[in-house]
Design a protein. Structure first.
Length: 293
């Protein structure tokens, strides 16, 4: 019976209909990326046909958690600098922006904070494609949004259990659903055809040991999530700071000096992303005005 229930929840979350994922654009861009003759200009033109999406994407690219020294003003430049996988993920991130903000501002702020921390740590460790890790950090809790919107009855039960037992949201999810939001987020991002480099860290961010190919990326998101929670960027009643994985800490190999400097840099960048939602909304309004002109 429990297995049937889990399968039922899995199907509901995999077929999530409440989140606007822009499948048409994502599918078109995927096909374009598979074509060696596709140019970044052509890809940029496809995205630019949706004024609002283009504005959101450029706002995200120019935000503090990417920290590019120069302002990125064209979509083709964004594609060149970030690479297709990140741009594809950001399209999905941008498309669910209003949903996350409307449904749960605290979760969106936590997600932005986690993206900032991921960016700082990934760059300090000198990993390849730190932007991919930052993007995975941005959408690492998308499973929570899916559970809230697709399984409202169970979501209410989860919150009631958190309040009643004083346990973490993840523990309550496992008790009620038999799965947690990380697994749900993994199913969802896989159904969106995101690459394994992004899907696995999202799926494994609570236990990096379970990652097969992306243990370091998973460890960075795991630690960033804990760090940001410790700095007060929590999600509603889910204020418990998860236990740090020994495996993740060993993989990161950070010294006390590293840690002090990371916290200082993250705090500084968090000031830059305060009011980020207002900036994005302003960008959307400007794009709508430009589209109507």
């Amino acid at each position: 019976m429990e297995r049937d229930k889990k399968a039922e929840f899995r199907t509901a979350l995999r077929n999530c209909k409440s989140l606007p994922t822009l499948p048409g654009i994502v599918e078109k861009l995927t096909n374009m990326a598979d074509d060696p003759e596709t140019t970044t200009e052509r890809m940029g033109k496809v995205i630019s046909k949706d004024h609002i999406l283009a504005a959101k994407l450029l706002k995200l690219v120019n935000s503090a958690f990417y920290g590019f020294p120069q302002r990125i003003s064209s979509l083709s430049s964004a594609i060149i600098l970030l690479g297709f996988n990140v741009v594809k993920s950001l399209i999905i991130s941008a498309s669910i922006f209003e949903v996350m903000e409307d449904q749960d501002v605290e979760l969106w702020e936590h997600s932005l904070g986690c993206a900032v921390a991921c960016s700082v740590i990934a760059k300090r460790l000198g990993v390849d494609d730190p932007e991919e890790i930052s993007t995975a950090g941005l959408i690492h809790d998308i499973g929570k949004v899916a559970i809230k919107m697709e399984l409202p009855k169970e979501y209410a039960q989860i919150n009631a259990l958190v309040a009643e037992k004083g346990i973490s949201m993840r523990q309550a999810e496992l008790e009620i659903l038999g799965i947690d939001h990380a697994e749900a987020g993994g199913w969802l991002t896989k159904s969106w055809n995101l690459p394994k480099k992004l899907v696995e860290p999202i799926t494994c961010h609570h236990d990096p040991r379970t990652a097969k190919d992306e243990q370091l990326s998973s460890a960075i998101i795991h630690f960033s999530d804990i760090l940001i929670r410790g700095m007060g960027y929590c999600h509603a009643a889910d204020t418990k700071v998860p236990k740090l994985s020994k495996r993740a800490w060993k993989l990161l190999d950070l010294s006390p000096t590293d840690l002090d400097e990371i916290i200082e840099e993250v705090e500084e960048k968090l000031w830059d992303v305060k009011g980020f939602s207002l900036e994005v909304n302003a960008g959307i309004e400007n794009a709508m005005e430009a589209g109507e002109a």
